[in-house]
Design a protein around this ligand. Structure first.
Ligand SMILES: *Cc1c(COP(=O)(O)O)cnc(C)c1O
Length: 425
C-alpha cells in the first residue's frame, strides 16, 4: 500500500471524506487522493516521494511556482516579529495600496481570510448599499460556499453532482437566481421581471470553476449596461482571474469595470487571504466608516500580507504575463496537436494561463455545453497522466493553471505523457 493510500485510510477516520475541501478528493476520477509532502517550482512531491508536474497550483494561488525563494524570504523576515496582533500594521496599508494601484475599478479594499468570505461580504455590501435583496448569478459559476451562492454552483458542487446543498434555507436560496452564462437575453428578461429588486449580478468574468469558459464578446459589457440601467451593482468575482489574466485581472483584460471586485487565491501567495474592493462611495458603507458590518480576527494577518505583497511584486515585473501566456499557449497548442494525432476529440478553452481540455466535440460556452463532456474518458485521461507524473485537477470541471515556474521541458514532458495516455483511452 502506498503512503498516500495509508494516509487516506487514516484521514477518513478523523476528517469527513478524508479531506478538508471536497475538490481534493478523487471521487470523480476514482482512486485515492495524492498526499503531498512538499513542492518546489513547477513540481509537487507525494508522500511516497514521487514527483509530478503540477497544473493545479493549489487551485490558482501558486502563479509564481511553489516554494518561491522571494516569498519564503519575505515570510522569514516578518515571522520573527510575531504572527498576529489584532491591531493594524503597515503591511496592510502597503497591500491595500498595491491592490488599488493594480486593479482599475478598486478605490478602497478590505482584507479577509478567504475567497468565500470576500464574496459573502461583497454580497452583504451590495444588498446594504442598494437596499435590495435579490442576487443574480450564473449556472456553473462557483463563488465560495456561502449560503446564497450554493445554487447551481460549479467546482466541487458540480463534480460531486450536488445540485443544491441541504442546510441552505429555502428562503435564502430563493433570493438567488441562477441564469445561463453568456446569455444576455435571459438576463434582460430577469431584469424586466424584477429589476427593482435586484441588488447585484455576480459573475466569474472568465469561468474557472466549470473548467475554463471565456465570456463571449460583449457579454461582460452587456452585464455592465444592464446593471446600470436598473441601478444594480456588478460584482466581478476575480478570485481566480484577479492577478492571473493581467495584474489588474479580467477587468483590465476585457476593459469592463465592475462596482465591486472580490479577490482571493493569488493575493495571498499561498497563505489564506481574500479581499473585496470597489468604488469609495460603496466601500465607505462598511463598518466602522459605515453601517454594514464585516470583521475578522485574522484579517490582514502579517504573514499572509507579506507573502501576498511579495507575490504581487513579482507579478508587477515586466514580461510576466507574456511569459505565462506563452507557456500556456505552447501546452494547449501541443495538446491539441497530440490529441488530433491520436484521434481524440476534444475542445480547448484558454484565456492566458487558465485553460481546460474538454472531452467533447461541442464548443463549451456555458454549463449546458460543459455537461456534454465524457467525464468517464476524462477520468481515464486523468489517471493516465497521474501515472506518468502529471498532476491535473481531478475533475473535468476544473481549470488548469500555468505558473511562471513551468519550463519548456515541463511542457515537452507533459505532451509526451499525453501522447502515451491518449493511446490507452
Ligand atoms: C476559489 C473560489 C472562491 C472561494 O475561495 P475560497 O478561498 O476557497 O473560499 C470564490 N470564487 C471563485 C471564483 C473561486 O474560484
Amino acid at each position: 500500500m502506498s503512503k498516500s493510500a495509508e494516509l487516506f485510510e487514516r484521514a477518513k477516520k478523523s476528517i469527513p471524506g478524508g479531506v478538508n475541501s471536497p475538490v481534493r478528493a478523487f471521487r470523480a476520477v476514482g482512486g485515492n487522493p495524492v498526499f503531498v509532502s512538499k513542492a518546489a517550482g513547477s513540481k509537487i512531491y507525494d508522500a511516497d516521494g514521487r514527483e509530478y508536474i503540477d497544473y493545479v497550483g493549489s487551485w490558482g494561488p501558486m502563479i509564481v511556482g511553489h516554494a518561491n525563494a522571494r516569498i519564503l524570504g519575505a515570510l522569514r523576515k516578518v515571522m520573527g516579529d510575531g504572527t498576529s496582533f489584532g491591531a493594524p500594521t503597515e503591511l496592510e496599508v502597503e497591500m491595500a495600496e498595491m491592490v488599488i494601484k493594480a486593479v482599475p475599478s478598486v478605490e478602497m479594499v478590505r482584507m479577509v481570510s478567504s475567497g468565500t468570505e470576500a464574496v459573502m461580504s461583497a454580497l452583504r455590501l451590495a444588498r446594504g448599499f442598494t437596499g435590495r435583496d435579490k442576487i443574480i448569478k450564473f449556472d456553473g459559476c462557483y463563488h465560495g460556499h456561502g449560503d446564497s451562492m450554493l445554487v447551481q454552483a460549479g467546482s466541487g458542487v458540480e463534480t460531486l453532482g450536488l445540485p443544491d446543498s441541504p442546510g441552505v434555507p429555502a428562503a435564502l436560496a430563493g433570493l438567488t437566481r441562477s441564469l445561463p452564462y453568456n446569455d444576455v437575453t435571459a438576463l434582460e428578461h430577469a431584469f424586466k421581471e424584477e429589476g427593482d429588486k435586484i441588488a447585484c449580478v455576480i459573475v466569474e468574468p472568465v469561468i474557472g470553476n466549470m473548467g475554463c469558459i471565456p465570456p463571449q464578446p460583449g457579454f461582460l459589457q452587456s452585464l455592465r449596461t444592464i446593471c446600470d440601467k436598473y441601478g444594480a451593482l456588478l460584482i466581478f468575482d476575480e478570485v481566480i482571474t484577479g492577478f492571473r489574466l493581467a495584474l489588474g485581472g479580467a477587468q483590465e483584460y476585457y476593459k469592463v469595470m465592475p462596482d465591486i471586485t472580490t479577490m482571493g487565491k493569488i493575493i495571498g501567495g499561498g497563505l489564506p487571504v481574500g479581499a473585496y474592493g470597489g468604488r469609495k462611495e460603496i466601500m465607505e458603507k462598511i463598518a466602522p466608516s459605515g453601517p454594514i458590518y464585516q470583521a475578522g480576527t485574522l484579517s490582514g494577518n502579517p504573514l499572509a500580507m507579506s507573502a501576498g505583497i511579495e507575490n504581487l511584486k513579482i507579478l508587477s515585473e515586466p514580461g510576466v504575463y507574456a511569459k505565462l501566456d506563452e507557456s500556456a499557449r505552447l501546452l494547449c497548442d501541443g495538446m491539441k496537436k497530440v490529441a488530433e494525432e491520436a484521434g481524440v476529440k476534444a475542445v480547448f478553452n484558454r484565456v492566458g494561463s487558465l485553460f481546460t481540455m474538454f472531452f467533447t466535440e461541442t464548443p463549451v460556452t456555458d454549463y449546458k455545453t460543459a455537461k456534454t463532456c465524457d467525464t468517464a474518458r476524462f477520468a481515464k485521461f486523468f489517471i493516465g497522466m497521474l501515472e506518468r507524473g502529471v498532476y491535473l485537477a481531478p475533475s473535468q470541471f476544473e481549470a488548469g493553471f500555468m505558473s511562471l515556474a513551468h519550463s519548456k521541458d515541463d511542457v515537452v514532458k507533459t505532451l509526451e505523457a499525453a501522447r502515451e495516455t491518449f493511446k490507452t483511452l
